[in-house]
Design a protein around this ligand. Sequence first.
Ligand code: RUQ
Ligand code: CUA
Ligand code: CA
Length: 642
Amino acid sequence: MKQRKPNSTAAETTIPDEGRRRFLGTAAVIGVAGAGLTAGISVAGAADQQSGTAANPSGSTGEVEPGQLDSYYGLWSSGHAGEMRVLGIPSGRLLKRIPVFSVDCMSGWGITNESKKIMGTKPDGSLIYNTGDLHHVHASYKEGTYDGKYAWGNDKLHSRLARVRLDTMECDRITEIPNVQGFHGMFPDKRDPVDPAVNSTTRVFCGAEFSIPLPNNGKGADDVKQYGSLFTCVDAETMAVRWQCRVDGNMDLVATSFDGKLAASNQYNTENGVHYEDMMSAERDACVFFHIARIEQAVKDGRFKTIGTSKVPVVDGRKAANTDPKMALTCYVPVPKNPHGVNATPDGKYFICAGKLSPTATVIDLQQVLSWFNGALKDPRDTVAAEPELGLGPLHTAFDGKGNAYTTLFLDSTAVKWNIEEAIKAYQGYKAAKVVLDRLDVHYQPGHINASMSETTQADGKWLAVGCKFSKDRFLPVGPLHPENEQIIDISGDEMRLVHETPVSPEPHDFIIVKRDLIKTRQVYNLDDFPNAVKDPKECRVERHGKKVTVYLTALAPIFGLREFKVKRGDEVTIILTNLDMVEDLAHGFGIANYDINFIVHPQQTQSVTFKADKAGVFWCYCTHFCHALHLEMRSRMIVEV
Ligand code: RUQ
Ligand code: CUA
Ligand code: CA
């Protein structure tokens, strides 16, 4: 195992102490004016970031000194923990967990009416799904780089696409995709569509990994010919499903081109096998390309079907229906068997499909793919520009913006740095080509890999994160399941250098590393954004309509607007709570003893809960979130009368 010292990188600027004190001072003053004895928690970090002051990590070691800020946001998935996470990079510090598909009793996600509405409920008000499997995180783009608006995460378990607003870092929409299972790969447009006449909004493309009977209605389970999988396009703004494209084989990861013309997905099961031996039987699988403009034209022209009860147009992208390249919606490029990740190079020229069962990565030239679609190229295999041998178990690839690629080798437990143009020369027969530039042991069995700003026009070649699936001996053991290990690697020099590692709770898959000044967060909500806001403590009251009772409540440190409220056993109670505090970071919580109710409200935010008052008695409602010197005293009583 190589242990290397960090490359020396240019020292980044430090925020002067004086400036920092000023921020602290301002925050403290607002704190006093706004809420009396507030905890006076400093908000220097947010202030730095909002004002755009360049604070720094110490750069070369990846350690971020106490009081200093990271230079990148890491947006991390969590797999079957069902949440999105925010890490500071390069430190690897966990800054926030964003519940998405999972219920979270700190924030009240899945408990408040507002979050339940986003997650989806049954007629009785309970959640449709309590679980999810969030694999991939990608953020919205404008002109080839992140615009700081949204991040999306997929749910492989229930085939849902979730959107997180990056200003509040909270989930605001979830869409379930019809007629698919195992929705895995996902990637948004990297720029707005080329032809606004056909489509004027940004899209998110979603690949489905499992084939299912179409329609999946209990018939045809034994007839594999009825099975299929669909590639889905979701509107980034409305989050509505726009269209689907049926393919042969399955899909796995998804990539999009920088010009908005192409999307692709790697296929490991072109065999359409149901059992794993069948899925490995063919020597070659494929990377399937989608000609987006043609698909959208076909939808516009009415050349589609619908499946089952879904109204979403489904076009036919299967091989048999796409034999004429000039009309084809899809192009199947053969690649070695059972490939995995497919990634777009930041220069916009290539997609790289990692071999998984083959020790190679396949470099596909997008210009050549377009040539095939124009009829100028006969064999789809001729779109391949290179196929370097990298090592055992290539899974995912990241980029430094200097022409180099970094691929994880799952079986070798290494990250390999290689040069794309050299690989192309080698493929053309040039013997002296120097393809592999460096190898670094990682610990252990890496899956995803990503570099700072990797799949954008601003790929900056500074930091690489490698998501290691096993940490074995790297951390104190914590029972049967070890944490996973995110290793942070300095890629600013010729050699990769491991600078440190961060244990993470299982099980992250993919992640992106975004320059911090591209994301502008807000800390205080706007009262007017909540139609049900209780705008004044004087408006606090209890209203009854038959057995339905609504409690209008405010929180203003350190008191709730009602010291007590009375309901009757058997009532359906809705509590609407507005936090009237205006100070950054001054959240209040609301927990009702023995009633399984727990949520928080941010400054100027309104949240509500609805439940059945099925137990008589006195139940203390208390502020669960530390807010004030009198936080413990911040209480109300729910009196449930018989
Ligand atoms: S996958 S280890 Cu869910 Cu992204 Cu490749
Ligand atoms: Cu309000 Cu603690
Ligand atoms: Ca296969």
